[in-house]
Ligand binder design. Structure first.
Ligand SMILES: O=c1ccn([C@@H]2O[C@H](COP(=O)(O)OP(=O)(O)O[C@H]3O[C@@H](CO)[C@H](O)[C@H]3O)[C@@H](O)[C@H]2O)c(=O)[nH]1
Ligand SMILES: [Mn+2]
Length: 367
């Protein structure tokens, strides 16, 4: 067979089915390092902060960019649900994308190397995570049983058909569940909260763990938006990064809020959430003392929010993500609204998000 000249680039996996969403307040020089892995994908850049500032994007990338004026123009009064001066603004990119998958990354995250020194193609690993099944209903001690060189360990049930997990769809434990979220990790600066960053300013994460695992059903986790991919068609309506930043009493919990809501809904729908590979190199850009000031309320509120999400069971009548999400917003208003009036505003933001999602993503009847 004729050798392909080395100049011919391999076609990127699912290059027409995935958008890369980047929230930013700075020029995007970091893309130069990602060029081999990103340049075949369409980018959606959400410019936060001063809309009059020009964000420079290196040549050769296919992208669309939205600033605050664009968000206000496109969403009108619904723009109130999109954070300003907080990385949570990235969820606007999830709204306007038309692709099946989303990968979102911060602009201070760079290509990491695996222990062999090979550069990690984070997008490719996330896609592999998303297109292979999950095991939320029984923890596999060899982690991902669908990975080459691994399988289900002894005792893992074969034919348990538990229709309740998937609203009546036939389900066998050994076929696994649909994967809808792939949560990547970070070498260098780990995703610590402000108090931990202040107490351990020099701590870096140098531990490369070669594993991808499903987060068990009924277990919450701290979802970080720095290196995250998901099935937008399935779980997109639940990926609202909570209203934070300017004018709000909290910031830096946008992604975790989305993660708690998403996980409760995935457990209800019988879908899987994975965490682990791929790693990126996080060269932290935010200030830990600033973070403490901005994230202070969150440190207290999380102690009530997490038990709330752990207590949530969604009614079986909720069979779509939107229905689950609206039910969740009612529970947030009722149960967390007494913690602080902010949660009432956040619950309203969840409803506005759902309306915006419907408006931008549902083809009008008769079309
Ligand atoms: O007002 C802002 C500030 C920043 N951005 C963009 O958002 C990401 C993250 O910014 P940064 O790296 O400066 O901050 P981190 O503290 O490392 O962010 C991580 O912590 C969590 C915050 O919610 C979240 O998991 C991570 O994002 C960059 O791309 C900035 O350019 C912004 O849009 N608006
Ligand atoms: Mn950062």
């Amino acid at each position: 067979m004729e050798q392909q000249p080395s100049s011919v680039k391999p076609i990127a996996m699912l290059k027409d089915e995935l958008d890369i969403v980047i929230p930013t307040v700075r020029d995007l020089d970091f893309l130069e390092m990602w060029r081999p892995f990103f340049e075949q994908y369409h980018l959606i850049i959400v410019q936060d902060g001063d809309p009059s500032k020009t964000i420079k994007v290196p040549e050769g990338f296919d992208y669309e960019m939205y600033n605050r004026n664009d968000i206000n123009r496109i969403l009108g009064d619904k723009a109130s649900c999109i954070s300003f001066q907080d990385s949570g603004c990235r969820c606007f990119g999830f709204l306007v994308s038309k692709k099946k998958y989303i990968y979102t990354i911060d602009d201070d995250c760079f290509v990491a190397k695996d222990p062999s020194g090979k550069e990690i193609n984070a997008v490719e690993q996330h896609i592999k995570n998303l297109i292979s099944p999950s095991t939320p209903h029984y923890f596999n001690t060899l982690y991902d049983p669908f990975r080459d060189g691994a399988d289900f360990t002894r005792g893992n049930p074969f034919g348990m058909h538990d229709a309740e997990f998937t609203h009546g769809n036939p389900f066998s434990m050994r076929e696994g569940a649909k994967t809808v979220v792939s949560h990547g990790l970070w070498l260098n600066f780990p995703d610590y909260d402000a108090p931990t960053q202040i107490v351990k300013p020099l701590e870096r994460n140098n531990r490369y763990v070669d594993a991808v695992m499903t987060i068990p059903k009924g277990t919450l986790f701290s979802m970080c938006g720095m290196n995250l991919a998901f099935d937008r068609e399935l779980i997109g309506p639940a990926m609202y990064f909570g209203l934070m930043g300017d004018g709000q009493p909290i910031t830096g919990y946008d992604d975790m809020w989305a993660g708690w809501c998403m996980k409760v809904i995935c457990d209800h729908m019988g879908w899987g959430v994975k965490t682990g590979l791929p790693y990126i190199d996080h060269k932290k850009a935010s200030n830990r003392f600033e973070n403490l000031k901005k994230k202070f309320n969150g440190i207290f509120w999380q102690e009530q929010a997490v038990p709330f999400f752990q207590s949530v069971t969604l009614p079986k009548e909720c069979t779509t993500v939107q229905q689950c999400y609206l039910e969740l917003s009612k529970l947030v208003k009722k149960k967390l609204g007494t913690v602080d009036p902010y949660f009432i505003k956040l619950a309203d933001g969840m409803v506005t998000w759902t309306e915006a999602w419907e408006e931008l993503n549902t083809t009008p009847k008769g079309n």
